[in-house]
Write a protein that binds this ligand. Structure first.
Ligand SMILES: O=C(O)CCC(=O)C(=O)O
Ligand SMILES: [Fe+2]
Length: 307
């Protein structure tokens, strides 16, 4: 079964219709597609080519850039354990985390980069995609703000915690120490917004009712040129659960798969406090206010606690 997610045209002049569809999508699914997002095909081609070239290296070469204490770098298959339903099982995907190199609080670039001799334009390609994805995410966040009757500038995507993550799912079997057979185990994303591009290979599924038994998983089919957008737990909390951060997973389909996720966060010192238009007498605030960085720290600790 395929999920029937709305497609939002970011170039549409009818802002009222777009915000109405976004509101409905985020109440019902927590997911939608965007088209006319301003990121061209040529850029996506170079990002995918760079990602493929990186993951094709030997495990030893990749592990030389293993994720550091700033969570930047390579994450090997069967390492990352999303806590939702996985019970600490590792995801079979491998991925690479890249943060911003500009506007960061620290002067040092915490990122790790593959050797320039063998990867001459890699850093530049990823940095330029980071910037494009950031501006598209800002446009989406303004529409989300308008859909909540807020000022268009209410949400301020920020570079300090926002991460670009090229992902690779192997086409073959991977032996899992933790008995996992999924590329990405059932999880919700943590942050404000995720902008996702995939190479068209199936595997991504959503479960809109996490309490239903048995769980019902729906395929998120690929639309050429469209990006998949979903919100994370931080925005769910901020909207007092009015908007949904939906459980999703990626199956191993016996075919190699590449995707590129972009996890958008507000600045570290943002107070995430129940948005006024999301509470009422019947629906009082469910969560106490929390600083964005405190929230992230809690979530990272539980993702990596099994290792
Ligand atoms: O690869 C995908 O399609 C989804 C990846 C994902 O859910 C994630 O990285 O959080
Ligand atoms: Fe995800």
């Amino acid at each position: 079964m395929s999920a029937d997610l709305p497609v939002i045209d970011l170039a549409s002049a009818d802002i009222g219709a777009a915000t109405k569809s976004i509101r409905q999508a985020l109440v019902d699914y927590g997911f939608f597609y965007v088209i006319n997002h301003g990121i061209d095909d040529a850029m996506m081609k170079s990002v995918y080519a760079g990602s493929k070239k990186f993951f094709e290296q030997s495990m030893e070469e990749k592990m030389a850039l293993e994720k550091n204490s700033s969570h930047r770098g390579y994450i090997r298959p069967d390492f990352e354990g999303f806590e939702a339903d996985a019970g600490g099982k590792g995801d079979l995907l491998e991925c690479f985390h890249i943060g911003s190199t500009v506007d960061s609080d620290s002067k040092d670039d915490a990122n790790q980069w593959p050797p320039a001799e063998r990867f001459p334009s890699w850093k530049e390609t990823m940095e330029s995609y980071y910037e494009s994805a950031m501006s598209t995410s800002k446009r989406i966040m303004s529409l989300i703000a308008l859909s909540l009757d807020l000022d268009a500038e209410f949400f301020q995507p920020d570079r300090s915690e926002t991460i670009l993550r090229p992902i690779h799912y192997s086409g073959g079997a991977i032996e899992s120490k933790y008995g996992s057979d999924h590329g990405a185990n059932a999880h919700t994303d943590y942050g404000m917004l995720t902008l996702l591009s995939t190479d068209g290979t199936p595997g991504l599924q959503i479960c809109t009712d996490k309490d239903r038994r048995p769980q019902l998983w729906e395929d998120v089919h690929h639309i050429d040129g469209a990006f998949v957008v979903n919100i994370g737990d931080l925005l769910e909390r901020w909207t007092n659960n009015v908007y949904r951060s939906t459980l999703h997973r990626v199956l191993m389909v016996g075919k190699e798969r590449y995707s590129v996720a972009f996890f958008v966060w507000p600045s570290r010192d943002t107070m995430v406090k129940c948005i006024e238009t999301c509470s009422s007498e019947a629906n009082p605030p469910r969560y106490p206010p929390i600083r964005s960085d405190e929230y992230l720290e809690q979530r990272l600790t539980s993702t990596y606690k099994y290792k």
